[in-house]
Design a protein. Structure first.
Length: 620
């Protein structure tokens, strides 16, 4: 982990540095009052020391958290002999790239990175974050000083940043799940967005630049469907291969679904060639709920039987309180987590026990490789691509054994009506609204209307283009570091995104089948039972049953919350109780995705977070 401070530093900061503040040290070659401070702070079991690089040349020094995938290409473009490969780290390579291309260097890099380069002569800082935001970068400007780090808590360790909570972003946890621009949970801390860089000089402040964003370019045209499937398969295999560690174990979260099984099969085959095993972990329902939830193991077994070098570990949570256990993560990342974080931690612990260094998951594969593209027909008809629309409708009709008119009703007219509602501010109210007090409910309604109507075409790839998942990726990175594990999402790779946003939309539906592209790409890799499946149980299949067990805990949490001065301002306790009563009455008849339990869990997590905020000196 790295932390840096540059600029015309105050006397108080210089004293902290000279006194060994947070274990840091002054880097050689920098004259007062310009400093760069580096620290390696807490690194779990120490496995990440070699991933955080500090390099210096005569004119520059770099702090970074990086893993480059195009080293060979950079060696060629920088005229470096391949024989020196083992002697040149990724950080040194970035430094060389900067010395050749200057502020344009991030555009030449492929991989996961966040870094800061200090120019010793010009007294300037240049920093960048990778295209998809796999590695976080946080910063705080205070007069002529810039504090920056790859971990938000390292910034807080300086004692120079206010603990004021960003109320707007906090409320968005209960309402809109996406982060707002470059804001963080702390009002004085910003995050560098994916595909962005910053330039800092003490007298001129910060200048920010977007060097890449996910947007359509030239349409990719192949002669047949097989070519699209083969291209995607090659990109997925490359992305997985880039993330296999040279040393240490590779792990995968295996649910039996399309995305995770694809990851497992590709990784297992690549590791088998190296004589290595793949470690797979699955969330499993506790024994007391086993008869009440759908068992996914029949699908997982298909993968295990096919790929013999997978070492499998089922993971159960036991009797732990699903709301209390995750609270310890706030010490690492001070923002509310989702309702399933208790299972995230259980899986991380299991992976740590198996000495896993990189842990892959298929999260957000449904935004990329297995994108459902539900609005495909709407996009084709809206674009007056009538011949393509007619062809896709016939293919969907044949595959689903449904009439032509029936397909149009469900996949065109229904989507068009939903888009009309969104554009006119009449979208269905967010379920979380049902537990908010009036003023905040109105805030959410207004914000949702802006979010859903601004620059939105309502077409098939809007979510893929939005690139709104980087906050979760950064959170995974920070939490994982404390377990000595690097989380990986191969399906969010930039090359994959670039490919998918530039193919014809109907290619997501090869053969008239939803997710037809990945199904064809994995034709001879995935077991047929998984490749052809249409249903999927949730990540935590017994969550709603656990929630019903905690009825008295939820009631008590609400009672304690209502005793706080802030209680009447945000959450309406009576609304939560009404939802809880509905949950208990309906019992086993409730669906996992039902909006009844979503607002309940969010409300309890929110209240527990407020307790942590108060106990740790933060201010709302």
């Amino acid at each position: 982990m790295f932390l840096g401070i540059v600029g015309n530093l105050s006397k108080r900061i210089r004293q902290k540095i000279n006194n060994g503040f947070t274990g840091g040290r002054k880097i050689s070659g920098l004259d007062s009052p310009n400093y760069m401070l580096s620290t390696f702070s807490y690194t779990g079991n120490g496995q990440f020391d070699n991933l955080v690089n500090l390099k210096e040349t005569e004119n520059h020094c770099i702090l970074s958290d990086c893993s480059l995938f195009n080293r060979a290409d950079l060696f060629h473009k920088l005229h470096i002999s391949p024989k020196l490969s083992s002697d040149i780290s990724d950080a040194h390579l970035i430094l060389r790239a900067y010395e050749k291309w200057g502020n344009d260097c991030p555009g030449y890099l492929e991989g996961e990175f966040s870094f800061a380069i200090w120019d010793k002569k010009k007294k300037e800082l240049f920093a960048a974050r990778d295209h998809m935001g796999f590695r976080p970068f946080y910063y705080h400007q205070k007069e002529d000083q810039l504090f920056f780090a790859c971990d938000i808590q390292l910034l807080m360790a300086t004692g120079e940043i206010s603990k004021k909570i960003n109320e707007k972003l906090l409320i968005s946890y209960l309402t809109i799940p996406d982060k707002i621009a470059n804001e963080t949970i702390l009002t004085e801390v910003c995050q560098l967005e994916p595909g962005h860089s910053i330039f800092f000089r003490a007298l001129n402040g910060i200048q920010k630049r977007c060097y890449w964003k996910a947007e359509p370019g030239r349409l990719i045209q192949f002669s047949n469907d097989d070519d699209y499937a083969c291209a995607l398969r090659e990109l997925m295999e490359e992305s997985v291969g880039n993330r296999i560690p040279k040393e240490g174990n590779m792990g995968v979260l295996l649910s039996g679904g399309l995305d995770s099984s694809t990851l497992a099969c590709i990784a297992a085959r690549q590791l088998k060639k190296q004589g290595r095993e793949l470690y797979a972990f699955s969330s499993v329902s506790d024994d007391r709920f086993s008869s009440q939830v759908i068992d996914e193991f029949s699908y997982i077994r298909e993968v295990l039987n096919q790929e013999e070098n997978i070492k499998y570990t089922p993971v159960k949570v036991g009797n732990d309180n699903i709301f209390e256990t995750p609270c310890k993560s706030y010490d690492f990342y001070p923002a509310p987590f989702n309702a399933f974080h208790y299972m995230d931690l259980a899986l991380m612990n299991a992976a740590q026990d198996q000495h896993v260094k990189v842990l892959m998951n298929g999260m957000h594969g449904d935004l990329t490789v297995s994108y459902k593209a539900r609005e495909a027909l709407l996009e084709l008809f809206s674009g007056l691509q009538l011949r393509k629309a007619h062809k896709l409708t016939r293919e969907m009709s044949t595959f689903h054994d449904k009439s032509y008119v029936g397909i149009l009703k469900s996949h065109f007219l229904g989507k068009a009506y939903h888009q009309f509602l969104n554009r006119n501010g009449k979208q269905i109210q967010n379920a979380a609204n049902s537990v908010l007090q009036g003023d905040y409910s109105e805030f959410n309604e207004n914000h949702s209307r802006v979010t859903n109507t601004s620059k939105s075409k309502g077409l098939a790839r809007d979510r893929l283009l939005a690139n709104k998942v980087h906050s979760n990726i950064a959170r995974e990175r920070i939490i994982g570091a404390h377990y000595g594990i690097l989380p990986a999402r191969p399906f969010m790779d930039k090359k994959i995104v670039d490919f998918l946003i530039n193919i014809p939309v109907e290619k997501y539906w090869i053969g008239g089948q939803q997710r037809g592209l990945i199904r064809q790409a994995m034709f001879d890799i995935l077991p047929s039972k998984i490749r052809d499946r249409k249903d999927k149980t949730p990540f935590c299949p017994d969550f709603n049953h656990r929630l019903m067990e905690l009825e008295s805990y939820v009631q008590n949490t609400l009672f304690q919350y209502e005793m706080l001065p802030v209680s009447s301002q945000i959450i309406d306790g009576d609304k939560v109780r009404g939802r809880l009563n509905d949950l208990v009455v309906r019992g086993e008849g409730i669906r996992f995705g039902d909006n009844t339990f979503v607002p309940i869990s969010k409300a309890v997590i929110f209240i527990n977070y407020l307790k942590w905020v108060d106990q740790n000196g933060y201010v709302l």
